[in-house]
Design a protein around this ligand. Structure first.
Ligand SMILES: [Zn+2]
Length: 366
């Protein structure tokens, strides 16, 4: 992903779809015993890193697709859809694959939310302090593997421990190759929102996990998420605070990040990006140092438990979702552009007026 600085605009609030509450078999609000297993998530980061770099077209990325499937399919209760598309890379067609995983149970009706992460890693370590390493591939322990591992473990927990199945895990390819060989960022998620798999659904929200296992991680309220899914952001950050994880989830507005949640927001799905402050803090970002030495079990635990707790409360509380607000992206975009047009018009008119007065004064002197 990359970072973007633009002018913040005022939000237009529109109520999203109303959903009924769900009863989860293992949840009792008075007894909070968490089921998320941080050790298993850590092991799954290690398993991905053991495959080497996982950039599009590599052997590693091929193997990580099998790894994800082998983690879910033995239970025989997950259906996996592979969404293939291709992209030219040095005159070669590279196949990219989004992986959509759906738990199947008698309780399944339709996917109601998504847990998302990108699983590709960057081809070049172009931020490495050692210039000679900048054309080497990134291992992506945090930037790639961590989001996949925590989303996968959380998905397994919801399904196995709470018997909850109205969600999907979506793992995107082609997120992290921006500015390399003419590729853009977010290729997988942009392809996904154009697909039938996305369009045929009536999703209420989505949560994206990216760089979520670094030592001393700090997750600020990413600006797009705050603007277009503010209620959900507040819910997650408050929950982290209640659980004592406020040293990770910092209740401050962060940067505006171009990441896989953005195509969802552009399609009016409230989407939250939980992402480490890679600009100011996560120094191994896009370097050869993004390896297992930087991965921390405490961070994994904080993210996993915060999301487990938030999701379970959200899915069991009557009426909470009726308050889940989203902002209509297209309308907001239109309002912002209209405002900008009038500001520009006012500024041009004012300049012309000053010029006319100046000329008039010159004429008077003549
Ligand atoms: Zn990246």
């Amino acid at each position: 992903m990359t970072i973007l600085f633009v002018v913040t605009c005022s939000p237009l609030l529109i109520l999203s779809n109303v959903h009924s509450s769900f009863s989860l078999s293992n949840y009792h609000s008075s007894v909070k015993t968490f089921k998320f297993n941080a050790t298993l998530a850590y092991d799954f980061i290690q398993k991905q890193v053991d495959l080497g770099s996982r950039y599009p077209g590599s052997e590693g990325i091929e193997e990580v697709r099998h790894l994800i499937a082998s983690e879910l399919l033995p239970t025989q209760n997950w259906v996996i859809i592979y969404q293939n598309f291709s992209k030219k890379w040095d005159d070669q067609d590279v196949i990219l694959v989004n992986i959509i995983c759906t738990p199947i149970s008698p309780n399944f009706t339709q996917p109601f939310f998504l847990l998302m992460a990108h699983y590709d890693t960057r081809l070049w370590a172009d931020k490495d302090p050692d210039l000679s390493k900048r054309k080497e591939p990134v291992l992506g322990a945090n930037d790639g593997a961590s989001g996949v591992a925590i989303a996968l473990e959380l998905g397994k927990t919801l399904f196995k421990e709470y018997n909850y199945s109205n969600f999907q895990l979506v793992f995107f390819d082609g997120e992290d190759q921006g500015q390399i060989l003419g590729w853009d960022w977010l290729l997988g998620s942009r392809f996904y929102v154009e697909s039938q798999e996305f369009k045929s659904q009536n999703l209420s929200f989505a949560i994206l996990l990216d760089m979520v296992a670094g030592k001393n991680a700090t997750f600020k309220r990413e600006k797009y998420s705050d603007q277009y899914a503010g209620t959900l952001v507040t819910k997650i950050w408050n929950e982290a605070d209640k659980l004592g994880f406020n040293k990770y989830f910092i209740n401050q507005t962060g940067s505006r990040i171009i990441d896989d949640h953005l195509p969802l927001i552009e399609n009016d799905i409230p989407a939250v990006d939980i992402i480490d402050d890679f600009v100011h803090r996560f120094k191994p970002w896009h370097t050869s140092f993004d390896n297992m030495t930087f991965i921390d079990m405490h961070t994994i635990n904080a993210v996993g438990l915060t999301l487990e707790s938030t999701l379970i409360q959200l899915l069991t509380s009557e009426g909470w979702l009726t308050n889940l607000t989203t902002i209509n992206y297209q309308t907001n975009f239109l309002i912002l552009n209209t405002l900008n047009f009038f500001i520009l018009l006012a500024s041009v008119t004012s300049r012309c007026k000053k010029r006319l007065i100046y000329r008039y004064n010159l004429n008077l002197k003549d």
